[in-house]
Design a protein around this ligand. Structure first.
Ligand SMILES: *Cc1c(COP(=O)(O)O)cnc(C)c1O
Length: 415
């Protein structure tokens, strides 16, 4: 329920145990929900009874994550089959149901603050929509999310409020973090977070790494996951899956021109800086919040390098890749997935790897980035029904400056 620990750090499991060999040997018989229960069990321990955990997972993960083969080496893990068409649905839906389980006997309202660069906000809003006892405040950078993303953020009513911040995503994240450590706000209202800093988001994100493994035909070949990365929540969930025993050879952190993580991997130096806008905007992060978790999983930079590689590509390379994939495989990939594919290809080329299982996480449905994909391919993309519904609704947002005092007075007058 607490986003951050009282000292301002991130919560991490003290121990991550390996799952049994028997689980991996018979994984082909497990559904994604059954895999989820196996993976979540050790983190939940006896805080949630088994039958409740099953109900939470079955309800939260009520969609699939298929692995689509492009060729013998490369597959796309489609993580956009949830209601808001991005992988964030896994984390947000699981967290919403877990929180409402813990709040079942509570009289106090919980206020969830979410900084969003686009997809988190709508997944969290959709996951928590109409849940009693929970209010959600979505902070998004004005003018810096796609039109469709903005509609998805601003067309909820009831317990969801969209705050349009005159600033960048990093400003939104800064405001949320400042609220969590502000004594006055915390004495007046109960706050919680739903960003990927919340460990309850990361646990369910490990499920689809196992579920992808299940779908790999030749498991004897090395497995490389390429992860379009921003705040590194997705990467952290994958590393947790590896700790649980999933045989992943290497993770490739794919960054756009916000290449802070790539520089960190290559040099060991962490130099956060303001984010810049790109076509893969959900990865426009200048100070990746989960880096501390990755560092906590490894003692030294040299050990990180055994498991993680990273490289960066810009917008024009992204567009070229979207075109090439459509032509070569007749597959429409979104800008984030395209960055992931570029990173995988660079990695296997540089390391002269010929025969492998390369899995690119396709983090969002291409229709969410309609303009970019349509321009690249000269086609029209049909909006899935869920998106059409939000696009037809009226935008409703509250405009705030990026100063903490404005945000604080807004929150305090809500009590
Ligand atoms: C959030 C998001 C990312 C980045 O994921 P992190 O876990 O923050 O690294 C990548 N692609 C899409 C479409 C996203 O919504």
């Amino acid at each position: 329920m607490k986003g951050l620990s009282p000292d301002g750090g991130l919560f991490m499991p003290e121990l991550i145990q390996q799952l049994n060999d028997s689980f991996f040997n018979s994984i082909s018989k497990y559904s994604i929900q059954e895999i989820g229960i196996e993976a979540a069990k050790q983190f939940v321990a006896d805080e949630i009874p088994k039958s409740e955990l099953k109900r939470i997972v079955d309800n939260a993960i009520n969609f699939d994550a298929p692995l689509v083969e492009l060729d013998d080496n490369i597959s796309i893990l489609e993580l956009f089959h949830g209601p808001t068409l991005a992988f964030k649905d896994f984390g947000a839906r699981f967290m919403a149901r877990t929180m409402s389980y813990f709040l079942r006997n509570s009289e106090v309202e919980v206020n969830i603050l979410v900084a969003t660069s686009g997809d988190t906000g709508s997944a969290v809003a959709s996951g928590f929509y109409g849940v009693e006892g929970i209010n959600v405040y979505l902070l998004y950078p004005s003018g810096k999310v796609s039109e469709i993303q903005e509609k998805q953020l601003t067309t909820f009513d009831k317990n969801i409020t969209a705050l349009e911040i005159d600033g960048t995503f990093d400003d939104c994240q800064r405001l949320v973090k400042a609220a969590f450590v502000d004594n006055e706000i915390n004495s007046e209202m109960k706050l919680s977070s739903a960003n990927s800093i919340n460990i309850a988001r990361l646990i369910p994100q490990s499920f689809y790494y196992f579920n992808a493994y299940k779908q790999i035909k030749d498991k004897s070949k090395d497995i490389y996951f390429s992860i379009p990365s921003g705040n590194l929540g997705n990467m952290t969930a994958g590393l947790m899956a590896k700790k649980m025993g999933l045989p992943i050879t290497k993770f490739i952190g794919a960054t756009n021109s916000n290449s802070i993580f790539t520089e960190f991997i290559k040099s060991g130096e962490y130099s956060p800086r303001p984010s810049i806008e790109t076509l893969s905007n959900a990865m426009d992060v200048g100070a990746p919040s989960n880096l501390a978790r990755i560092q906590s999983l490894y003692n030294e930079h040299s050990i990180i390098l055994k498991d993680i590689s990273s490289n960066t590509h810009n917008d024009s390379q992204t567009i070229e890749k979207i075109k090439e994939i459509s032509k070569k495989y007749n597959y429409i990939i979104d800008p984030h997935g395209a960055v992931g594919l570029l990173a995988l290809e660079q990695f296997v080329n540089e390391n002269v790897i010929k025969d492998y299982n390369g899995i690119v996480l396709e983090t969002a449905h291409p229709a969410k980035f309609k303009g970019t994909v349509e321009n690249a391919l000269n086609i029209e993309i049909e909006l899935p029904d869920e998106l059409k519904k939000s696009v037809d609704k009226e935008k409703q947002s509250i405009i705030l400056s990026s100063s903490f005092s404005d945000f604080k007075s807004y929150l305090l007058q809500k009590i």
